[in-house]
Design a protein around this ligand. Structure first.
Ligand SMILES: *[C@@H]1O[C@H](CO)[C@@H](O)[C@H](O)[C@H]1NC(C)=O
Ligand SMILES: *[C@@H]1O[C@H](CO)[C@@H](O)[C@H](O)[C@H]1NC(C)=O
Length: 457
């Protein structure tokens, strides 16, 4: 080794030691924070009305007439470039077809009957009227409470197919679920905050308090998208209440995990299976997909109110914005199909039910604020991305989901992962798209968790 070589070797070793120490420091799980539970309602704090009020979806004729008018009188949709499909955003031909269906074939009063098929309620938590579906199966076999959480741009509509599967007695199973499916604060029929600061961590407190209000002391949490983040957060900060979590779209947002993926890229098969390697490398492809698809995130995380003005004023604009996400999230290649694949896994009624829940409640702006409130500086004090989740955890990884991390990375966060399964079908909106597969996986995972729970006692 020459003089220069020796020098470089020493410098490289020092850097390696430094990086090693830093990774170790950063990997240490910080303490669980005490989350404040302030009043989020308008004006001065008033005591919560703790009664539980039955609720039915019943939108006034005024709102529906106004919508009809707007759908009739919307301005010309700018024609998409001839060869672009959905690469510049949703294609104008598909959007026009959806709007035609909405105007002529979609029957809201019928859809209301459908949306009212499960018992729904509202109760006030920290100043917010929270809407939720509550299904208590009428059976003698064991009923296990499960809180299921939707994300953005979703709603409780995502769960209408899966709820019967989770609550009906089936051969070979010795339990069913008692389901609580709330509209997240600021989404659909739940109030949004009147004060700033209701991010994912604070929202977890609201949802925990909802379960306590309903009399549940120990329960499971399931979710996708924001629902997955919230389930993980609830499991992390409320292990006394949360028996376990099941997520479709498990994520480890600790910055160290990105560093690890980068380091592993030099010899990935040492850390992961071939299949996992294929899903994430080359990292440059993954990064460019994220850049292409995450513009909405940046806008919602910074200027949700400005963005919301237009979406809240134009049903066509709102449908375009939401449906584009269903195209991309269901199968990334669907953006190359003129029909966006929307009718392969869904139908226009289902998709418009979800759009309508945002429209009739004026909730697109308040829903988007969850991004700003979660990624802002104020949330850093909780260190939530660095705290290990110690409750039993399960991950269902659907092949077409928007994000993917290998088990090796996930286990750094979900240190008590009892179940992880990969599925060759299904995407980001798994509950709506493949309810049978998802419900089966929830049963499998929670069966394992229940065994742990009983051996603990
Ligand atoms: C909806 O509300 C209207 C009046 O506000 C009432 O006449 C109607 O019966 C309600 N429908 C349902 C399904 O509750
Ligand atoms: C995704 O869509 C493409 C094109 O339509 C299809 O060839 C592929 O099989 C789909 N993949 C999955 C996993 O559904």
């Amino acid at each position: 080794m020459g003089k220069c070589g020796k020098f470089l070797f020493i410098v490289a070793s020092l850097i390696a030691v430094f990086v090693g120490v830093k990774i170790k420091e950063c990997s240490k799980s910080p303490p669980i924070p005490t989350v404040p539970e302030p009043y989020w309602g308008p004006g001065k704090e008033v005591k919560d009305d703790t009664t539980i009020k039955p609720f039915k979806v019943n939108i006034s004729d005024n709102v529906l007439d106004d919508l009809k008018n707007r759908l009739l009188r919307h301005r010309l949709i700018t024609k998409s470039l001839e060869d672009s499909n959905h690469h510049y955003g949703i294609n104008s031909a598909l959007l026009s077809e959806v709007v035609d269906f909405w105007r002529n074939d979609y029957d809201w009063r019928k859809r209301e009957v459908y949306l009212n098929k499960f018992p729904q309620f509202k109760t006030q938590i920290q100043g917010l009227d929270i809407h939720y579906i509550h299904v208590k199966p009428d059976t003698n076999i064991q009923k296990i409470p499960l809180l299921i959480l939707h994300g953005w741009p979703g709603s409780v509509r995502e769960f209408y197919e899966i709820i019967p599967m989770l609550t009906e007695v089936q051969k070979g199973r010795n339990f069913v679920f008692e389901i609580v499916a709330p509209s997240l604060p600021g989404y659909g029929f739940s109030d949004g905050a009147s004060k700033s600061g209701l991010g994912a961590v604070e929202m977890s407190a609201v949802l925990k308090n909802l379960m306590i209000r309903l009399g549940y002391k120990r329960f499971y949490v399931q979710g996708g998208d924001w629902g997955s983040t919230l389930a993980a957060t609830m499991g992390t900060i409320y292990p006394d209440y949360v028996k376990g979590i099941h997520c479709n779209m498990c994520m480890n947002y600790n910055p160290v995990s990105y560093l690890k993926l980068f380091v592993a890229s030099f010899y990935p098969t040492y850390f992961m299976t071939e299949k996992e390697v294929e899903s994430i490398y080359p990292l440059s492809n993954l990064m460019s997909k994220h850049v292409l698809e995450s513009g909405y995130f940046h806008l919602q995380a910074t200027k949700p109110d400005t963005l919301g003005v237009g979406l809240n004023d134009s049903p066509v604009g709102l449908a375009a914005y939401i449906l584009e996400k269903f195209i991309i999230g269901t199968n990334y290649s669907y953006r190359n199909r003129m029909d966006g694949g929307l009718k392969i896994k869904f139908d226009y009624n289902k998709l418009l039910d979800n759009v309508m829940i945002y429209w009739v409640t004026n909730s697109i702006t308040t829903s988007m604020r969850l991004y700003s409130e979660t990624v802002n500086v104020a949330q850093r004090k909780y260190n939530i991305n660095k705290i290990e989740t110690k409750v039993p955890s399960a991950c269902a990884q659907f092949i077409n989901d928007l994000f993917y991390q290998p088990e090796w990375i996930l286990r750094d966060k979900y240190v008590n992962m009892v179940h992880l399964k990969n599925f060759d079908d299904g995407g980001h909106f798994a509950a709506l798209e493949v309810p049978g597969v998802l419900s089966q996986d929830i049963f499998e995972a929670i069966t394992k968790m229940e065994v742990l729970e009983t051996t603990k006692e």
